[in-house]
Design a protein around this ligand. Structure first.
Ligand code: ADP
Length: 356
């Protein structure tokens, strides 16, 4: 059953259309992310759900009840926003209890709940400390405990790990997901970090220019991006434009600008003569020793322009098919590509994605 139901929500700031008829539903217990570039409308949508922003039109329901006239503090939400700092003069326990005290609970109930939350975020024994005596990661866990204290129906997270360095951020992602699973709270996360959205989410919405580009599981949006925007925003992609020249045995043949052809197993609805844009992920490409040795259904020849050595992987820039291609290989085999030399690559037709 859906917990959050957003229908046709639009919001202008003066001439800027920040949200353009956005619709989505978020299910019970789901970890749902709003992912997209800066200025896309993610924060405006999250703030509309929270009640800080009033949409011009559309509806936002939680558990089937319209939220539009419900005050912020009565929407049953827990929030962890970038600018929601801990209170420096209060102990950790008091910071966590802050969300409870306004709800008229007894002292004993509050203490018990605070202890439960300290345990949940692995900070038992830290209750009497002040925020400044905790590391950045520990402070984030306190903020999470505070957001969860009143047992919210929906947890809203706006770039909650944005201020942490990479290693700590990775650790906190795992921790956040574990805690969310344990509590089972329906969660909406705003992030511009693709890796974070892929790692954490059950499903995600890619938001750009105030519109939803695509909604799906991490696997669906990564493996089957519908638009060029999604294919390039979420990971890297090689794009080929060409003309459909045949439909043979379930494969769509596409002729490229330089006369070479590629095949896709996703183009049954395309007609001969249609112009198409295809996308192939760099990690799906393999180096072949020569054109005759290709066995995977697609083979292109050209030359290697650059090599980018990144320790565990090597990325090559190749010129072929009238385009620049990026190919990434793990650094476990002797490289067979040399800048300035001839290059051959191959991949499976299932990995040639056709975009709208
Ligand atoms: P994101 O969270 O994806 O970075 P935002 O929701 O913050 O995007 O912004 C969407 C658009 O709305 C942007 O063009 C931004 O400049 C504009 N915007 C956001 N908040 C305001 C505001 N309070 N006043 C005017 N324009 C705003």
């Amino acid at each position: 059953m859906s917990v959050v139901d957003i229908k046709q929500v639009s919001k202008h700031y003066g001439q800027t259309l920040a949200l353009n008829t956005i619709s989505m539903t978020i299910a019970e217990g789901e970890f749902f992310s709003l992912l997209g570039p800066s200025g896309g409308g993610k924060t405006t949508l999250l703030r509309s759900i929270a009640g800080f922003v009033e949409p011009d039109q559309g509806s936002i329901d939680i558990d089937g009840k319209s939220m539009l006239d419900v005050p912020i503090n009565q929407r049953g939400l827990g929030m962890m926003f970038q600018n929601y700092a801990l209170f420096p003069h209060m102990s950790i326990a008091d910071n966590i209890a802050f969300g409870l005290s306004v709800r008229h609970q007894s002292k004993a109930q509050m203490r018990q709940r605070v202890d439960e939350l300290l345990k949940l975020v692995h900070l038992e024994g830290f209750g009497e400390r002040r925020p400044r005596e905790l590391s950045g990661g520990q402070q984030q866990r306190v903020a999470l405990a505070r957001a969860l204290a009143p047992r919210p129906r929906v947890l809203l997270l706006d770039e909650p790990l944005g201020a942490l360095d990479k290693k700590l951020r990775d650790e906190m992602q795992i921790e956040l997901k574990k805690i969310q699973r344990e509590v089972g709270v329906t969660t909406i996360l705003v992030t511009h970090d693709q890796q974070e959205a892929l790692t954490l989410s059950d499903r995600l919405a890619i938001i750009n220019g105030g519109k939803v580009e695509q909604i799906g599981t991490p696997r669906e949006v990564y493996e089957r991006p519908r638009s060029r925007f999604v294919a390039s925003f979420l990971g890297d992609s090689n794009f080929f434009t060409g003309i459909v020249s045949a439909q043979v045995d379930g494969l769509t043949r596409i002729s490229l600008a330089d006369g070479q052809v590629i095949h896709s197993s996703h183009g049954a609805s395309r007609r001969i003569g249609d112009q198409v844009t295809a996308a192939v992920r760099p990690e799906k490409l393999q180096v072949a020793s020569d054109a005759a040795s290709c066995t995977r259904g697609n083979c292109l020849s050209g030359h290697t322009a650059h090599e980018i050595y990144a320790g565990n992987s090597i990325t090559y820039h190749l010129a072929m098919g009238g385009q620049q291609i990026i190919l990434t290989t793990q650094n476990h085999a002797a490289s067979t590509l040399t800048p300035g030399s001839e290059a051959h690559i191959e991949w499976a037709p299932a990995d040639t994605l056709l975009l709208d």
